[in-house]
Design a protein around this ligand. Structure first.
Ligand SMILES: [Zn+2]
Length: 344
């Protein structure tokens, strides 16, 4: 039987339930059907007799049932969810809101920068991997393209629909009796936003700042030209705001946004340096460089990663290479659609 509990950042953050993180905010972890992220945190705050939810979960029955049980512990039914504020368009954050809205009519708001990706996601002919395949080809990873095309696809176009309205961040929104800041944080996706509630002294960080892992960069249907540059700029933006408690979409609540942002900036500095050196050591494409590196916080080799992990390794290496070109450390030529990097 699910109970309302005090949140314990030392405990397993993925166990279903409703957790009081203080200041009238509740953390509701929901399961994901696959992938290494394990779970996604939805956050609930009261707005009169109703609730406002930050992010929604992945549109699967198990997540819907657990969300229903969790909000019941707050004496609200799913029909009493007034609004979803969604940090970005990835399906573990957005799609459960879309399916619940069909039943209950709650309002959904998403960053306007997600519009292009959402259009492709709703295109029956495009398929879920079109953005990734374009990037893999450019990264020189034709072998991964073939694997992706041959892999079974679980994808339902009906999981996607436009929001009711868009955030034009930076902006302020009214939540209950308080005023929240919506900050634009492109990088993880083009239209990613974070929410700051100054009265509660928290940042709902979505996937922009995660406490234990580094967010993927540019994993979207219509990626930006320089997603890593955008991401690093967005880290700086958040570092320039007052420090607050970090309420992440994956992982436990942490005391300081700034402390984790500093670690993420250092991580990418080290990565840029390593990838720069791999070009001198003879790698020319994102695919070649990615295969010579270690991945995840466990230090896995490229070959040890699952298919999605290998795809992300190539696209993230390419995002770093493109920043190195942008700052003048490397040169790039494109031949047959493959980006080739050299010193100079
Ligand atoms: Zn996520």
């Amino acid at each position: 039987m699910m109970q309302l509990r005090q949140d314990d950042p030392e405990a397993d953050w993925t166990i279903p339930g409703a957790y009081d993180v203080g200041a009238g905010v509740y953390r509701i972890p929901l399961p994901l059907p696959q992938d290494g992220l394990q779970a996604v945190n939805v956050y609930a705050v009261r707005d009169g007799d109703e609730l406002v939810l930050v992010d929604s979960g992945w549109a699967i029955t198990e997540a819907r049932d657990l969300l229903e049980q969790a909000v019941k512990l707050l004496d609200v039914s799913l029909a009493g969810v007034r609004r979803f504020l969604v940090t970005h368009v990835h399906r573990d954050h957005y799609t459960l809101a879309v399916t619940l809205r069909r039943e209950f009519g709650m309002r959904i708001t998403l960053g306007r920068g997600e519009a292009a990706t959402l259009r492709t996601a709703r295109d029956r002919l495009a398929g879920p991997w079109v953005g990734m395949l374009t990037q893999l080809r450019r990264g020189g990873a034709d072998d991964l393209c073939r694997e992706v095309v041959g892999a079974p696809v679980q994808y339902d176009v009906s999981d996607w629909d436009d929001p009711d309205d868009w955030f034009d961040a930076p902006e302020e929104i009214q939540v209950g009796t308080g005023s929240w800041q919506v900050h634009p944080t492109p990088g993880h996706t083009r239209g990613h936003v974070v929410f700051v509630d100054p009265a509660r002294d928290v940042m709902f960080a979505g996937d922009h700042v995660l406490p234990r892992i580094t967010p993927s960069i540019g994993f979207e249907q219509q990626p930006a030209e320089l997603p890593l540059r955008d991401y690093l700029d967005s880290l700086k933006l958040v570092r320039g705001l007052p420090d607050r408690r970090l309420l992440p979409a994956h992982g436990p609540v942490a005391p300081s946004v700034h402390a984790r942002v500093d670690e993420l900036i250092e991580h990418h500095d080290i990565r840029l340096h390593q990838i720069d050196e791999l070009i001198d050591a003879g790698a020319h494409t994102a695919s070649e460089a990615a295969r010579r590196m270690l991945w995840t916080r466990w230090g896995r080799t490229f070959a040890e990663l699952d298919l999605l992990g290998r795809c992300l390794a190539v696209t993230e290496t390419m995002a770093h290479l493109d920043v190195l070109v942008h700052v003048g450390r490397l040169s790039r030529t494109e031949a047959d659609g493959v980006a080739c990097y050299t010193r100079g």
